[in-house]
Design a protein around this ligand. Structure first.
Ligand code: SF4
Ligand code: SF4
Length: 320
């Protein structure tokens, strides 16, 4: 079985467990480092870390801050175990984006790639979302100014998150995309959330993993990359700078083929999907390691066995 097929299998199982697992009584807790969105309702099999983080910060009591330590600890253990592989292999919203990408290919819709400079400039978006998730709940807890506005801003990132609108919708809950008319604040937040959701869906139909580089959860996960057990490594002596790894990378990381010195090539946006390892044509040029042991490496044999699906190795329209 190829890594791509294995990843699809993991994504499908994770989606079923995290979004529908509640139907069979599953509950994996409230500290999951993926968009396990509680707004899907009773069918949820676990809850996203950011949801409970905002709730705890918004309560603002001493007991709540003590719960924060425990919340962070469980989250950190999960992230150290497999790093951003949570994004590439488990996240339900990542799965949804991969499905939209599949539809794009079936419909022969062209693939767009942002220039590196634009990508760098857009990186601030995840920081904005991150501070919304962190700072507004503290204001909700201590609303010295505009308390009525603060009262309508509970779980502020959730109100903007495409997962809150799209994931319940695809399991048959159309209420998730209704505008909340409770106040001017809730109307504004819902409209912003629906706008981001529309951009995320259209974006995913034009670009692989469109949302991932702007995701605040991905930002949090990337902070653990130095201590995570899983790493992406490169043997710079074996690399021929063919750029295949860049062409197949869903989040368009160029540094993997450009790196000429360091062995560790687990870069900030990397979702550890391992497509670069799967498609790299040089024996052992790329490998994935777990606690320092190689668990998967590139082989010329593997590359040639997949050539029938990559007729032009530098053509990003055909390499998937
Ligand atoms: S695909 Fe492999 S050989 Fe080609 S640039 Fe990337 S790491 Fe180097
Ligand atoms: S660098 Fe490799 S493992 Fe990381 S996201 Fe790109 S293709 Fe996947």
């Amino acid at each position: 079985m190829t890594v791509t097929n294995l990843r699809w299998m993991a994504l499908i199982i994770s989606f079923l467990v995290l979004i529908l697992g509640g139907l069979i009584g599953l509950d994996l807790g409230g500290f999951l480092p993926v968009y396990a969105c509680p707004y899907v309702g009773q069918t949820r099999g676990g809850v996203c870390f950011l949801f409970r983080l905002q709730f705890i910060l918004g309560v603002g009591s001493w007991e709540a801050f003590k719960a924060l330590g425990e919340h962070l600890l469980y989250f950190s253990i999960l992230v150290v175990l497999i790093g951003r592989a949570w994004c590439g292999w488990i996240c339900p919203f990542g799965f949804l984006q991969d499905v939209l990408d599949l539809i794009r290919r079936k419909l022969h819709i062209g693939y767009i790639r942002f220039p590196e400079r634009l990508r760098a400039n857009l990186r601030c978006i995840k920081w904005i979302f991150f501070f919304i998730a962190l700072l507004i709940p503290l204001w909700v807890a201590y609303p010295l100014l505009a308390p009525s506005v603060a009262g309508d801003l509970r779980q502020p990132f959730c109100q903007l998150c495409p997962g809150k609108y799209i994931l319940p919708l695809i399991i048959g809950n159309p209420d998730s995309v209704a505008v909340d008319f409770k106040s001017a604040t809730t109307i504004t937040m819902t409209i912003l959330g629906l706008t981001f959701s529309t951009i995320a869906i259209i974006g995913a139909l034009l670009k692989r993993r469109f949302w991932c580089p702007y995701c605040p959860m991905g930002l949090l996960l990337s902070w653990y990359k130095k201590i995570s057990f899983i790493k992406l490594k490169k043997d710079c002596q074996k690399c021929t700078m063919c750029e295949v790894c860049y062409n197949v990378c869903p989040v368009e990381i160029q540094q993997v083929f450009k790196e000429r010195e360091n062995e560790d090539v687990t870069f900030t946006d990397c979702t550890l999907c391992l497509r670069c390892v799967e498609y790299c044509p040089e024996d052992g040029a790329l490998r994935a390691t777990f606690l320092g042991k190689t668990i998967y490496k590139s082989t010329s044999k593997g590359f040639f066995s997949r050539q029938h699906i990559i007729p032009g190795v530098t053509d990003d329209q055909v390499i998937r």
